[in-house]
Design a protein. Structure first.
Length: 494
């Protein structure tokens, strides 16, 4: 059995093992390196007793628009079986990846773990690339979720000129930036509250969907879809197997965030182990140090998150996907389609009605039920889900950028680019990486404004561009997952 200690190479490289480590491994010769050891003043701070907050941060970052917006797209592309299999397969992969990350975190708990593990066990430059890819994923995800929330809000504000620009594209991002400036105790409480609300919304939507099916019955067109499970969009894929693989890549967007606990749970300043001793029955015994208590607390939190959160999310996705497949036929014209596939549906609605349509199958299902106001209630839940997920994305992006840059030496003997990046690796008096957070928010803030001229349809040029950016985020997380798995294999056979 492997001893629960950091690798020897970390000690040889001069990396502290008491937890006060820099997000990237330090070089052997600090004088000739742009890397420096993180100090207490530079560390972000999280109270180690906030286990519910850490779990809710993961849930908030995962439960976004991937389920509510992409399920109909998967159904149209690959049919009902593809919906179930894609969510299950990606969920199983996410669970396996989390087992690798959790074991590494329990043995070697350090801030900036996702990039450190790759840098330590695989390659230093690859570790930096993983950190950059992870930051890009959540920074662009922040902008994409703002755009998604705008598309849902447009369900109500289609005829109100300037509302999206003034409220959604400007006010909402500013509000989320203000939330991220809170000290971690208040922010953690915010995550717990919003996460609990999102879980409640998901449960209610599932119950409502079951009640709608029980009341109205399963449409005959939806039953035919299960009788021909290999039916798929032939304009997008030549065969059902290809459609299933494409559906899996779309479903991966819904699982972006399951690894957030690795980027957030360990953002604490690790105190050096104490040497207090107690005399018990004539023998000296060492009292568990603060670091050991922290490590045990983190291990319990990580084990719960890795084992149960991923499983519960997968079950919720599979059940929700099943309910959607029982409510719509595969070729329903109301379901969203891939942006690069020509939509052959002949929509007879007027332009005004078209703007007020929703692409979410759950809102469409609520409209079909005939229950007054139900579609508006479900759409409000989707707006809340998208905005709170964007808030968590900004949190993760800022911490990731801080982790990449806080180990850089900003001295005058360094290059200008290094000094500029090192400027981002500092925190304010509340231990919040304000600079990294603002840069992460501004990096892609221009993306939602493109909808003002291009509309919300995915078959437009702007719609295709926004979808490509969102999909790039999914690919970025897939790369991070692969690198974490490779790092675990290298560690296991070290």
């Amino acid at each position: 059995m492997r001893p629960p200690s950091p690798p020897d190479s970390a000690r040889a490289a001069g990396t502290p093992t008491d937890g006060s480590v820099s997000p990237l491994p330090t070089a052997e010769d600090p004088a000739n390196s742009a890397l420096v050891e993180a100090t207490e003043e530079d560390d972000v701070h999280i109270t180690v007793k906030s286990e519910p907050a850490k779990t809710m941060i993961t849930i908030n970052g995962t439960l976004g628009t991937g389920l509510y917006g992409r399920t109909g797209q998967i159904l149209e592309l690959g049919g009902p079986v593809a919906v179930i299999l894609s969510f299950f397969l990606v969920g199983s992969l996410a669970w396996a990846v989390m087992q690798c990350i959790t074991e590494l975190l329990c043995i070697w708990p350090i801030p900036g773990a996702l990039s450190v593990y790759v840098a330590e066990f695989v390659d230093n430059e690859l570790g930096i690339a993983v950190g950059v890819a992870y930051w890009f994923t959540y920074s662009v995800g922040f902008a994409a979720l703002i755009a998604s929330s705008a598309s849902y809000i447009n369900f109500w504000s289609a005829n109100i000129k300037g509302f999206l620009i003034g409220v959604v594209y400007v006010t909402v991002p500013i509000m989320l930036v203000c939330f991220n400036t809170l000290d971690i105790k208040k922010y953690g409480m915010l995550e717990v509250i919003t996460g609990g609300i999102k879980i409640t919304f998901l449960f209610i939507i599932i119950v409502i969907s079951i009640a709608i099916h029980a009341k109205t019955g399963i449409p005959s067109e939806a039953k035919k879809g299960w009788e021909t499970p290999q039916a798929h969009d032939e304009l997008a894929a030549n065969d059902w197997g290809t459609a299933l693989m494409m559906s899996t890549s779309i479903a991966a967007f819904a699982y972006v965030g399951v690894e957030i606990v690795a980027a957030s749970a360990l953002e604490a300043h690790w105190s050096k182990p104490g040497r207090q001793r107690l005399r018990d029955k004539g023998e000296l015994q060492r009292r568990p140090s603060h670091h050991e208590e922290v490590q045990n607390s983190i291990a319990n939190t990580l084990k719960f998150t890795a084992v149960w959160v991923t499983v519960l999310i997968t079950v919720a996705y599979v059940v929700s996907g099943l309910l959607v497949t029982l409510g719509f036929e595969r070729d329903n014209c109301e379901l969203s389609r891939l942006s690069w596939v020509h939509n052959t549906c002949k929509d007879q609605d007027s332009g005004q009605n078209q703007e007020r349509k929703s692409s979410s199958p759950f809102v469409l299902m609520a409209q079909r039920s005939g229950i007054y106001g139900l579609d508006h209630a479900v759409n409000a839940a989707l707006v809340f889900t998208a905005i709170t997920c964007a808030n968590t994305n900004l949190y993760v992006a800022s911490r990731t950028l801080f982790g990449i840059t806080s180990s850089l030496d900003g001295g005058y003997d360094q290059r200008m680019i290094v000094r500029c990046l090192a400027w981002l690796g500092q925190t304010n008096k509340s231990k919040v990486p304000m600079r990294a957070m603002i840069v992460s928010a501004l990096a892609f803030c221009w993306v939602p404004f493109l909808q003002e001229g291009g509309g919300f349809n995915t078959d437009t040029t702007i719609g295709k561009f926004i979808e490509i950016l969102a999909q790039m985020g999914s690919v970025g997380v897939a790369i991070v997952w692969a690198c974490q798995s490779f790092a675990y294999i290298r560690y296991y056979r070290w």
